[in-house]
Ligand binder design. Sequence first.
Ligand SMILES: Cc1cc2nc3c(=O)[nH]c(=O)nc-3n(C[C@H](O)[C@H](O)[C@H](O)COP(=O)(O)O)c2cc1C
Length: 144
Amino acid sequence: MAGSSVQRVPQIRWETEELQHRLKSFAKELTPHQLHWASGYLAALADQPQPALTCSTTVAGQSDADEQTRWRVLFASETGNCQAIAEELAHQLQSQGNLAEALDLSTYPPRQLRRETHTLFVVATHGLGDPPEGTQEFFETLFD
Ligand SMILES: Cc1cc2nc3c(=O)[nH]c(=O)nc-3n(C[C@H](O)[C@H](O)[C@H](O)COP(=O)(O)O)c2cc1C
């Protein structure tokens, strides 16, 4: 349509059909007026910076402009998954202006924990719910 300001909405890929179904069935409950309001509300949400990780929202709220929060992301990993997650979390925290370090629980002294102020744990289980190789000592000390 020449001169129209209407933009085509690009095709998107839904994570699950169920999500799209829920949105459609919820939309059916709304009046035309509510639908207009909701469209503006959702558009505003879409324009806000999206936290990549759930924890980012909490972290951002706790940062002080003058004082950097020091985070420790402590991981227990045997085949690398939790290490990768911990390193990604630390990176996210850094990108929000925090000091953050991912540290391996197999070499982390348990007594140091009491000096930490902001700590995240990313811990895998192996065997029959056992901690990853090399981290048993940390957990034994912690639960002593
Ligand atoms: C040999 C083996 C045993 C596992 N045992 C458990 C278990 O007992 N309980 C559990 O929840 N997950 C278990 N898992 C799944 C691991 O927790 C999962 O693969 C995790 O991502 C591994 O993290 P990591 O790569 O940081 O060690 C097991 C995985 C493997 C390979």
